[in-house]
Design a protein around this ligand. Structure first.
Ligand SMILES: O=c1[nH]c(=O)c2ncn([C@@H]3O[C@H](COP(=O)(O)OP(=O)(O)OP(=O)(O)O)[C@@H](O)[C@H]3O)c2[nH]1
Ligand SMILES: [Mg+2]
Length: 181
């Protein structure tokens, strides 16, 4: 079984990735907030992954999550964490007040590297939904304001979210790729 270190400062990501990977991988989490450059989703994840491989010396997984509002041409994108931490979900909703189009996509960009010096490989998953007034209780980012198929991510059972999320779609691509290694 592959031993893999998941470097992330976010415990919610760890539970979700562990649930999706199941026992196909021995996943150990290292709680570190890696520096994040400005750039495309791929560039940010590649750099996080290179850094994580150098720090741990072995096979690593990292991810970066973005929230792209269609009416804002993709903003706040990878900078969504700064919005959650400063103006909160209410502030995110307010960005869309002047716009009729409330659609947004959650994007998970996952990076895997077999070790220091090995160029990371990227796997991406997307979930298109609507930004709505908060419903449901969750301490994970923007879950209460992201609605998919009539439910916000905060209202959904964990099993349901873990089976349809942007992260699920990225991790499944990674799991399939692993099968052929
Ligand atoms: O409602 C949510 N459902 C999700 O599925 C989800 N995934 C990420 N996020 C939030 O979006 C920002 C991403 O920033 P981010 O990718 O840099 O994450 P992070 O800094 O927390 O961890 P990491 O970078 O150490 O891995 C952070 O505010 C996360 O809390 C989510 N919110
Ligand atoms: Mg981060």
């Amino acid at each position: 079984m592959l031993n893999l270190v998941f470097v992330t400062g976010n415990r919610h990501k760890v539970s979700e990735v562990k649930a999706i990977l199941g026992d196909t991988v021995d996943l150990q989490a290292v709680a570190l907030d890696l520096p994040e450059i400005q750039g495309t989703l791929e560039e940010i994840t590649l750099e996080k992954c290179r850094r994580a491989a150098e720090m741990t010396g072995g096979p690593v997984l990292v991810e970066d999550s973005a929230l792209e509002m269609h009416a804002l041409n993709g903003l706040p994108g990878p900078y969504v964490k700064a919005f959650v931490d400063t103006v909160g979900n209410k502030g995110l909703i307010n960005l869309l007040v002047p716009h009729e189009n409330k659609t947004a996509e959650a994007v998970c960009t996952l990076g895997y590297s077999s070790g220091p010096g090995a160029e990371p490989i990227i796997f991406q998953g997307k979930l298109v939904g609507q930004i709505v007034p908060a419903r449901g209780v969750s301490s994970f980012g923007w879950e209460p304001i992201f609605e998919f198929d009539g439910e916000t991510l905060a209202e959904m059972s964990r099993e349901k979210k873990f089976g349809l999320s942007h992260r699920y779609k990225a991790v499944v691509k990674f799991r399939k790729w692993l099968e052929f290694q």
